[in-house]
Design a protein around this ligand. Structure first.
Ligand SMILES: Nc1ncnc2c1ncn2[C@@H]1O[C@H](COP(=O)(O)OP(=O)(O)OP(=O)(O)O)[C@@H](O)[C@H]1O
Length: 254
């Protein structure tokens, strides 16, 4: 096996600005209140993923999952440490990310495919599969700015899911999709996994992580609190099966 993702002591710091106007800054300075504060959204995180592994990235809201995914996808750079990836990366990090609101769904499909490194010929070859999967019907000719968040997610996921990639990242894409679409996404991710691609899947739903992933990473306030088997990760998180959310049975029905 070869290494697919190597994250070494990666940290990402964000700054929160408490004051916006000069007046607010002056008042804060006179009161000796801080003008801003910074914190580590990802704090000294290290792990290695082998090609073909399926990772479930879990953790409470605000624990740094999306930020870590952005570091892996290259959308953000770490302030310290390093993030190395091997091969092509595809995935959906946020619904509508990378879409141009004034371009139609069809135009955005070609644009997104090009951003993911697909040639025009490759996109044309996979066009029908992508359009079938997105299933946005007559809205394919409508500007994406008029799409609902679920529709934008469908189109984004469809392009990413059929692009050739070595690493597939999925962050909360399933959060905005309706139930049949979520099920379809889960089935497609199963296929992606079987194709030997590395899967990095952010989820709060134990059922789908159990079904999809062979390893769990759990972030706690930006730090890697757990790295190991999924069941142990769920126990670490203290996720109780009796209070599973509505997405959970999706893991069982695919
Ligand atoms: N661009 C940014 N600027 C400042 N703070 C940010 C930025 N992006 C995220 N944060 C903050 O960093 C922390 C981690 O956010 P992140 O979105 O990575 O968490 P998460 O684990 O994905 O949360 P959730 O489960 O709610 O999606 C949060 O406190 C968030 O407010």
């Amino acid at each position: 096996m070869s290494e697919s993702i190597v994250v070494e002591n990666a940290s990402k710091r964000f700054t929160m600005q408490y004051t916006k106007t000069i007046k607010q800054m002056t008042i804060a300075a006179l009161r000796r209140q801080p003008l801003s504060d910074s914190f580590l959204a990802v704090d000294d995180v290290s792990f290695t993923v082998e090609q073909g592994e399926s990772i479930g990235l879990m953790g409470l809201n605000g624990s740094g999952k999306s930020t870590l995914l952005k570091l892996i996808s290259g959308v953000m750079r770490p302030d310290a440490g390093s993030v190395l990836t091997r091969g092509r990366i595809a995935g959906l990090i946020a619904a509508g990310a990378g879409f141009h609101p004034q371009l139609t769904g069809r135009e955005n499909l070609f644009l997104n495919a090009a951003i993911l490194g697909m040639s025009e010929a490759e996109t044309k070859r996979k066009y029908d599969q992508m359009v079938d999967f997105a299933d946005v019907g007559k809205f394919l000719g409508t500007p994406v700015g008029h799409y609902s968040s679920g529709m934008a997610a469908r189109l984004g996921f469809a392009v990413a899911a059929f692009a050739d990639s070595d690493i597939f990242l999925a962050d909360e894409v399933l959060a905005v999709g309706d139930r049949p679409f979520k099920r379809k996404c889960m089935r497609r991710m199963e296929e992606i996994k079987k194709e030997g691609r590395t899967l990095f899947y952010v989820s709060h739903a134990p059922g789908s992580v159990r079904k999809m992933c062979d390893r769990a990473l759990v972030l706690v306030n930006g730090r890697l609190g757990f790295d190991g088997p999924v069941e142990e990760g769920l126990r670490f998180l203290q996720y109780d099966d009796s209070e599973t959310d509505s997405d959970d049975d999706l893991g069982a029905d695919i």
